[in-house]
Design a protein. Sequence first.
Length: 270
Amino acid sequence: MKRFGLLLLTLLLGFATDAAVAQHRAPDFSSQRIVDLSYAFDASTVYWPTAETFHLEKDFEGKTEKGYYYSAYRYSAAEHGGTHIDAPVHFAEGRNPVDEIPLDQLIGPGIVVDVTKQCDKNPDYLVSESDFKNWERLHGKIAAGTIVLLRTGFGKFYPDRKKYLGTDQRGAGAVPNLHFPGLHPNAARWLTQNRKIKAIGLDTASIDYGQSTLFESHRTLFAKDIPALENVANLEKLPVTGFSVIALPMKIKGGSGGPLRIIAIIPRSK
């Protein structure tokens, strides 16, 4: 019995030591700042003209009969709206749905490719292969495992649908009137063939520009299981390089996408 007691004490001391070590090794964010790259979901959230918008309904809010405060709500919305992720299965049969995208693919070093000047002159601007090559001339080759964020500047218009989408109309008849920048299909092909990125995102409603009818950039990226992050907020608050991205979507089983909470972690020296 005495030997058992000694063994138990040894195990408990071991667990305590492991816990102390784990606590000591826990991430310390005091030397870093965290930028929220997500828009809140509410009645103003931007959705595709044909998609169901966000609805929040109250089940209960206030004091209960026993005297304590309680609130509970229910919501409904399309998968694709507000800050959200497009899973590869959205445009590529047999590719990853949102719940099967590896977590490692949603966490990694980030870069910002800034094309705001081009988009100021042309709301239908397509981010080109040349834009990436020009970026690389200044900052070096896009490293394997990077999460690429395209800053078009259209985030400044959110959630004004007329300015952000090109139209504030709803329904199928509004789709031909969409005008906002996106990724050129040739640039999508160049990225998938020449660089090994984890994901790509931007501050517009779609990785394909508003006037697209074939959605070739979606199809090219998703065929390689590269997800797209859309309606990303606050890209103007990020440096060009030297930060990390964590992009965690709602885990909808079999989903083609879903609401996304995405953050950037930046050293305070940046």
